[in-house]
Design a protein around this ligand. Structure first.
Ligand code: BGC
Length: 459
């Protein structure tokens, strides 16, 4: 790219500018993925540095999810009140402070504090990344652009596997955890180039600024879109946070909460966080397990790219139906493979391939589409708060699965655990079929309009 082109892109040239700011905002996703993935490797060495009770060990590993739930609980309202851009800056600062605290922690309490702080930042980032992108993107490409955030989540997880690997010989867990400071700084600098969300500006009475941002981020006329936003803002004067419970919002809340919980109780993080352990139990050696884990991380990234390419063409519902359907099938196979005697050899290979297929199906469906839909289906006035509620449910369910997975496999066995995830996926499939709306190609305002007119979103 020539410097003139770069200047054009950065100074605002419709779609290209919107791609750049979306990619910068998607660094929120990178930090989310990196900081959730890095602990698996770092933890092995932290155990050598400090004496810890099992409870404290649990808090160090799962503390980020608890912190993320707390961050999500306040993050949504902060996004509505302070603006999307300011919350991104706050998230970057909190990420930096959390990573720094963990890297220099002289003792366990400081390490735990760092992990919780880091978790709060993850909670902020998980809301504000997709929220910001969905509000700045033109409807035509909103699905793909918003899912850039999920692409960065998966890239962050993969990157964390590599960083873990790079520092593993030296056992340098402080460097592993401290590495999160780098993308935090890039995000904080990136924010200088990012305009505030035009929809948030409009809602806060800053119409001229909203128009200016839309002009920079659209190649054609912006009047129609501005008119739609204006209409939505005018009809919502009576909508407040308490209206999250209003009957007309209920269908959207059910969709969001349902998808939030199904995204987790179908078992993705049992695989993402515990892949090496599962793979070792299939008879793969140490090194092969780690390599296969990197393979799983790579497939997660690649299939998310496939989803991004498809989501604005085939739509959200179809991707979800195929994705969750595939998860049901692969989990049934996994349960069976672990049930049969004599794991290892041929069965071990089938198990590894099934795990990879399972992750692929997650990555084209529930992974990106959950975060996308929840940034599309809520009315502007409560969008941040509603996403907050739904995201808390997502982190809560994540915490539940990651804490109980070792207990479950120990108690009822790996096979039954996979079948349980499979059953949850089957219920999830019916849920998607019955309740999830198609939002492809529509403006956020048209989606809100349907909701207000009490048209069932699934029609
Ligand atoms: C989920 C995370 C998960 C990741 C895996 C995200 O959409 O929210 O819990 O670890 O996808 O790619």
């Amino acid at each position: 790219m020539s410097t003139a082109t770069i200047r054009n892109v950065l100074s605002g040239d419709g779609d290209r500018f919107v791609y750049v700011v979306s990619a910068l905002a998607a660094l929120n996703g990178l930090l989310f993925g990196f900081d959730t993935g890095i602990i698996s490797g770092a933890f092995l060495f932290i155990q050598d540095s400090f004496v810890m009770s099992p409870l404290v060990e649990g808090i160090i590993v799962s503390g980020a999810m608890a912190g993320a739930a707390a961050g999500a609980a306040v993050g949504g309202q902060l996004a509505d009140r302070l603006g999307r851009r300011r919350l991104i800056l706050i998230a970057a600062i909190v990420f930096f402070v959390g990573s720094f605290t963990m890297a220099v922690a002289p003792n366990v309490p400081v390490l735990v504090a760092g992990r919780l702080i880091d978790g709060v930042a993850i909670g902020f980032a998980s809301i504000v990344g997709p929220l910001y992108i969905s509000e700045i993107a033109p409807p035509r490409i909103r699905g793909g652009l918003t899912s850039l955030n999920q692409l960065m989540v998966t890239t962050g997880i993969l990157l964390s596997y590599f960083v873990n690997y790079a520092f593993a010989d030296a056992g340098a867990w402080r460097w592993m955890l401290g590495a999160g400071m780098v993308p935090a700084v890039v995000l904080a600098i990136g924010i200088l180039k990012m305009p505030e969300s035009p929809r948030w500006l409009f809602e806060h009475g800053r119409k001229d600024e909203a128009r200016a941002v839309l002009k920079r981020t659209r190649s054609g006329s912006v009047e129609e879109e501005l008119g739609d936003i204006e209409e939505t803002v005018e009809t919502q004067s009576e909508t407040g946070v308490r209206d999250l419970l209003a009957p007309w919002l209920r269908p959207a809340l059910v969709v969001g909460l349902g998808l939030a919980v199904f995204q987790q109780i179908t078992g993705i993080n049992a695989v993402i966080y515990y892949a090496p352990t599962i793979l070792e139990s299939t008879g793969l050696g140490n090194v092969a397990s780690i390599l296969a884990t990197v393979g799983i991380g790579t497939i997660n990234v690649v299939m998310t790219i496939v989803a991004i390419l498809l989501v604005d063409r085939v739509g959200r519902r179809r991707l979800l139906l195929v994705g969750v359907g595939g998860m049901v099938a692969t989990l049934a196979v996994l349960g069976t493979v672990f049930y049969l005697p004599g794991l290892g050899g041929g069965l071990g290979v089938i198990a590894t391939i099934s795990l990879m297929l399972f992750v692929s199906f997650f990555a084209i469906g529930l992974g990106p589409v959950f975060w996308l839909l929840i940034s599309e289906i809520y009315p502007l006035s409560v969008r941040g708060s509603a996403m907050g509620v739904v995201t808390v449910a997502n982190w809560g369910a994540n915490l539940l699965v990651s804490l109980t997975f070792p207990v479950l496999t120990d108690g009822v066995g790996t096979s039954a655990t996979f079948w349980l995830f499979g059953l949850c996926s089957l219920v999830g499939l019916l849920f998607v079929y019955r309740y999830v709306p198609e939002t492809k190609g529509r403006t956020l305002e048209a989606i809100e309009d349907d909701l207000r007119q009490n048209i069932s979103l699934a029609d």
